[in-house]
Design a protein around this ligand. Structure first.
Ligand code: SAH
Length: 216
């Protein structure tokens, strides 16, 4: 699966995705992550990507032309069946695990990161969906985009070392929203706080029952 991220700060994307799971997924050839700086697509000498809002008001608005040309260059068009172009936007649909599962079936995700006061309205027309990371406002779309990339990438078979762990996760396993059961590792006794005995018993049936009972 290919992730293309349009951003004014490609290094944010590359530094995060050069570690851990995203690094492994790329090394194994299961995912590709490319950041595209849409400032490279401006037509003026000062390389402006933003301008004052028509009608007045505070702040600067991202212009449509650089983002339009960047999408065109990477051959990203809305309405394709195996691709989605997502605009990062606090007023968008809230991202969740179900969405991540849906996106993980695609071949390509294109994520557009805003900055400043946001986008010229005509930019939304270039995208399939507007997605929010949650009900708060950040200064840019890079963290939301990386959140989506990571949540989606780890659902792609082979990206996580152990696919088993997907089945028992908090929101995991075939869209079931359930909480994972409590887990313990060594030591058995930490400052008097002990691991439940049943987990040390080796009795798999009892352990399964205990875990079921303690999953919320
Ligand atoms: N003035 C805008 C906020 C702009 S924040 C408004 O009130 O809606 C600048 C950019 O950061 C946004 O264009 C978006 O790309 C990104 N961003 C900020 N918060 C976000 C969130 N919760 N989810 C997704 N993107 C967000």
């Amino acid at each position: 699966m290919k992730f293309d991220i349009l951003t004014l700060f490609p290094d944010i994307i590359y530094s995060y995705s050069a570690e851990s799971i995203l690094k492994r997924g790329q090394k194994a050839g299961l995912i590709k992550i490319a950041a595209h700086n849409f400032r490279d697509y401006t037509k003026d000498k000062q390389r402006h990507v933003d301008d004052k809002p028509y009608g007045g008001g505070a702040g600067m608005v991202l212009q449509v032309q650089p983002i339009y040309d960047c999408l065109k260059k990477i051959n990203a068009k809305k309405g394709k069946s195996k691709t989605k172009i997502l605009i990062m936007d606090p007023a968008g649909k809230k991202f969740d695990q179900r969405m991540a599962e849906k996106f993980s079936k695609l071949d390509r995700l294109v994520l557009v990161c805003g900055r400043y006061e946001g986008f010229d309205e005509r930019i939304y027309k270039l995208a399939d969906e507007k997605i929010s990371a949650g009900d708060y406002v950040l200064s840019g779309g890079e963290l939301p985009a990386l959140t989506i990339v990571e949540a989606v990438a780890r659902l792609i078979p082979g990206v996580l070392g152990n696919d088993e762990s997907l089945l028992e996760e908090t929101h995991g396993g075939k869209s079931k929203i359930m909480r994972e059961y409590p887990q313990f590792t060594r030591p058995e006794n930490f400052l008097g706080s002990k691991v439940p005995k049943v987990l040390l018993s080796g009795n798999h049936k009892k352990i399964a029952e205990w875990r079921k009972k303690h999953s919320k």
